[in-house]
Design a protein around this ligand. Structure first.
Ligand SMILES: [Zn+2]
Length: 100
């Protein structure tokens, strides 16, 4: 079970809007109901987490592709030393995500 903090809830609301507007995502209703559920409960299961991460990756690639923004924390990475980057993501965030 994943408990959402305020920042994650905001992210979910943004993601919900993206899914609603996106014409290429299939099974929209299912994803929207997962998000709605997470927004109401303030948490979601690890199975739903997988699904949400997939959608979040689509969202990220559509909105921030090619920009120096970390896909994990959405922080600006344009001033970060190359040694601490993984693509355009913080190396630290990428490693944290991998060990989850
Ligand atoms: Zn980051």
């Amino acid at each position: 079970m994943v408990i959402c903090n305020t920042q994650q809830l905001k992210g979910l609301m943004r993601l919900r809007k993206f899914v609603e507007d996106c014409s290429t995502i299939t099974k929209k209703q299912g994803i929207i109901s997962i998000i709605d559920n997470a927004l109401t409960e303030g948490c979601y299961s690890s199975i739903h987490q997988k699904k949400l991460n997939q959608v979040r990756n689509i969202w990220f690639d559509r909105t921030h592709a090619g920009e120096f923004i970390c896909r994990h924390c959405l922080g600006d990475t344009s001033q970060v030393d190359y040694d601490y980057l993984h693509g355009t993501d913080h190396l630290e965030c990428a490693l944290k995500e991998e060990t989850k």
